[in-house]
Design a protein around this ligand. Structure first.
Ligand code: TMP
Length: 212
């Protein structure tokens, strides 16, 4: 355990298709970092605990209908309503491991046929991640894992479209991890990449904004 003080926290995002293993990998990563003495919190979008999050949750459960642009803007609003807290935490030195972020927002809505630039626009100005860990799995493999629930987007044909849109979003912050490897191997790679990212924050790099 060394000196994590004085540097801001890192914003580390996990992305991937449904059933790519993101949620268990992010939990495992957070426990590991805690064990190393890193101040860290696990976050998840959509954050279903807010009023906006409740609307999103009901839409995903097919309990309400919203047009594609409306739900897109709600997902984005759900990130905006958390962004000042996110900024405060990061500036106070807390690293955030976030399960899904703006890339899910764009990839899922673009998969419905919405224009990509239109999808990106409401995300502009949100805090940019320092590191995006993309758990790469062929949609067919993810579907074979079973346990696709009954939520709105959990269908193979839709996930295939999402996968193709994700590939257009890769930038210099992305690391693509083969999610077909054994879970322990994935864990190990995520730990190394996260630690490397957190220690390089000592260089004082300021927060940057999407999609600059
Ligand atoms: P979850 O299973 O990670 O809670 O996410 C619920 C679904 O919402 C999942 O199919 C991905 C989708 N989603 C969007 O369509 N837009 C977004 O901005 C986010 C964060 C998730």
């Amino acid at each position: 355990n060394c000196h994590w003080d004085n540097s801001r926290g890192s914003l580390i995002v996990l992305e991937g298709l449904d059933r790519s293993g993101k949620t268990s990998q992010s939990n495992s990563l957070v426990s590991f970092l805690k064990g190393k003495g890193v101040p860290v919190e696990a976050w998840h979008f959509p954050d279903r605990s807010t009023t906006v999050g409740g609307m999103i949750s009901s839409y995903l459960a097919n309990k309400s209908q919203l047009d594609d642009r409306t739900i897109h803007l709600l997902f984005s609003a759900n990130r905006w309503e958390k962004s000042s807290l996110m900024e405060t935490k990061l500036k106070s030195g807390v690293t955030l491991v976030v399960d899904r972020y703006s890339y899910s927002g764009v990839a899922f809505s673009a998969a419905k046929g919405l224009d990509i630039q239109w999808c990106k626009a409401p995300e502009e100005g949100l805090i940019a991640p320092d590191l995006v860990l993309y758990l790469d799995i062929p949609p067919e493999k993810a579907a074979e894992r079973g346990g696709y629930g009954s939520e709105r987007y959990e269908h193979l044909d839709f996930q295939q479209k999402v996968a193709s849109h994700y590939t257009n979003l890769h930038d210099h912050t992305w690391k693509v991890i083969d999610a077909c490897q054994p879970a322990e191997d994935i864990e190990k790679q995520l730990r190394e990449l996260a630690l490397e990212c957190i220690s390089s924050r000592r260089d004082g790099k300021p927060l940057s904004r999407l999609w600059l």
